[in-house]
Design a binder for this molecule. Structure first.
Ligand code: NA7
Length: 538
């Protein structure tokens, strides 16, 4: 023990992150008698729903898929919208706490900045931003995939005299956009949501689009208390189906026929039906070959494009938003859900700028300069995404048995076993991290299903007096290879998406998320059933 560590607080398990995964771990492990503590850098519960408070921020997974299946939590909770907004999600987390009393074991404003594994003691030493060093036998990372915002290196950004803000750093007090000249860079899920709100109040809204978003109809609905209560009798079954499904939705079923082989009438019927259901139905709830067969993919794209063109008055703007030639295969980048995104561009105060044709050359004190013209702005919203999957880890000085940081190691590519364990990083287990289905798995379902696996693993270690678990290098290499082979059977690698790590300049390109939580869990359960193959236990 080093001098500074004398008297350090000591835990069996330290959880990082108070979103769905972290809270579920705390809830379960505490009941099993582990000495467990949860640290979160934020001021309150919610994970992404604590940080993402920009105008219009709401979840793209419809309820009741997006909630815990814990009885005492769902029994007297009613949603007011099919796709709840961030305020309601924050109220939901407060409700979770009122039922499960988790906060007593959570410390907020507690950011872990460094962690080093002490081989001799078989324990992690974690350093926090406030200077405290704590010790723990196990670390569970529950940081989500969007823990590190991506702020692009735009020349002159620091000189901007208005308010420049990333969507994930929105201040708690809010920013009033009314009557302002607002610019939004980025048209991913966050950009689409901000734009939908900003155009209604801003004096002028300028949308800087690099790649058009293939946004799908949300089909939002208000939910009455009566209709919510009426669902309660079947909710247990709904959650059961959800958790057993591939993707974590109880009601997304694929049509196994090939889209390009059925008649146009039949295809349009299936597409229209999925479209009317809204949400991700058009993406992962219509023909199953859309993401594997470019012919079927193009048919889905053309169907979507016609929908957009019917809503945008100016044909040139419509073509910028939904070009004749797809910017990438449909669904190979995460589609956003929209309500009146396309109608926004029919309003006189909204300008769409195509950054592929006229790139940003500089940010000046007054606004954004493109190669064509200057746009004076009061507020510049950076809806520029995240260093997804890995950024949350690499921003921590995380050192394993070799003393090398995870950042150094992952520069050459991410290798994990089952997206759960990392060679050289014993007793650290990842939830909702890279190389597990994460981006393709509804958060609360993953928190419970993958979460149960981790809880059972920790219980197994304790019951069998193992002190240490570490992913084997050959198993991790094999998992990466398996993921690459799976990805290559789809159209996913063809897009420059955050799924591929391709949204961050210099980041190694690789498939970062596993497609299919059902087969993923088969791999995990096989490993556990056979004595945790691919891991070394001692
Ligand atoms: P995304 O989906 O990564 O979107 C980021 C957007 O920002 C996207 O349109 C990018 O264009 C754009 N971007 C990024 N860097 C730049 C630069 N340098 N110049 C111009 N435009 C840029 O992030 P979101 O926050 O919207 O969503 C992330 C996930 O959170 C979402 O999928 C949900 O799962 C929740 P590009 O497409 O790279 O050309």
């Amino acid at each position: 023990m080093t001098r500074e560590n004398q008297g350090a607080r000591r835990f069996d398990i330290l959880i990082i992150g108070a979103g769905f995964s972290g809270l579920y771990q705390l809830y379960r492990l505490r009941r099993l008698g582990f000495r467990v503590k949860l640290f979160d850098a934020g001021r309150d519960l919610g994970g992404v729903w604590h940080w993402n408070r920009y105008p219009g921020a709401r979840v793209d997974s419809h309820v009741p898929n997006y909630e815990f299946s814990i009885d005492e939590v769902w029994q007297d909770w009613c949603w007011s919208e099919r796709f709840p907004g961030w305020q309601e999600l924050q109220r939901y987390f407060a409700h979770v706490d009122s039922k499960l009393k988790l906060k007593s074991d959570i410390e907020f404003n507690k950011r872990v900045t460094a962690a080093a594994f002490d081989e001799e003691e078989c324990r992690w030493h974690l350093t926090c931003a406030d200077g405290e060093i704590v010790e723990t036998q196990f670390v569970l990372t529950c940081m989500g995939f969007a823990a590190k915002a991506h702020i692009p290196a735009l020349p002159g950004l620091d000189r901007f005299e208005g308010h420049a803000i990333h969507t994930a750093h929105w201040p708690e007090a809010g920013i009033d956009l009314s009557g302002k000249r607002v610019g939004v860079i980025g048209t991913g899920a966050s950009g689409v949501q901000v734009i939908q709100e900003a155009y209604k109040v801003a004096k002028e809204l300028t949308v800087f689009q690099r790649t058009p978003m293939i946004a799908l109809a949300m089909q939002q609905r208000q939910l009455s208390r009566e209709s919510e209560l009426a669902k309660k009798s079947s909710l247990k079954e709904t959650f059961h189906i959800r958790n057993a499904s591939s993707g974590g939705f109880h009601d997304l079923q694929m049509d196994e026929r090939r889209a390009h082989e059925v008649s146009k009438v039949e295809r349009d019927r299936v597409f229209e039906e999925a479209w009317a259901k809204g949400g991700f139905h058009f993406w992962t709830g219509s023909f199953s070959d859309i993401i594997t067969d470019s012919r079927s993919n193009r048919l889905a794209y053309d169907f979507w494009r016609a929908k957009v063109h019917a809503r945008v008055n100016d044909p040139a703007t419509a073509e910028m938003l939904a070009p004749t030639e797809p910017p990438h295969p449909f669904g190979a980048k995460r589609p956003s859900l929209e309500q009146d995104y396309y109608e926004a561009f029919n309003h006189g105060n909204v300008t769409l700028v195509d950054l592929k044709k006229t790139p940003i050359t500089a940010i000046e004190p007054q606004g954004v300069y493109t190669s064509e013209k200057a746009f004076d702005l009061d507020v510049l919203v950076l809806a520029t995404g995240f260093d997804a999957g890995t950024g949350g880890f690499t921003q921590i000085d995380l050192r394993g048995t070799s003393g090398r940081t995870l950042k150094e190691i992952w520069q050459d590519g991410v290798d994990t076993h089952l997206g759960l364990g990392i060679p050289e990083f014993p007793n650290l287990l990842m939830l909702y991290g890279p190389q597990s289905p994460t981006a393709f798995w509804n958060g609360p379902a993953s928190a419970e299903v993958q979460g149960d696996w981790v809880v059972n693993c920790l219980r197994h270690l304790r019951d069998n007096t193992f002190r240490r678990i570490e992913a084997k290098r050959d198993a991790a290499k094999a998992w990466t290879k398996h993921m690459e082979e799976m990805g290559a059977r789809t159209l996913m690698p063809l897009a420059d998406s955050w799924y591929m790590g391709a949204n961050i300049p210099g980041k190694r390109r690789q498939m970062l998320f596993y497609m299919g939580s059902k087969s993923y869990m088969e791999h995990c359960n096989n490993s556990a059933d056979n004595g945790y193959t691919g891991f070394e236990l001692r």
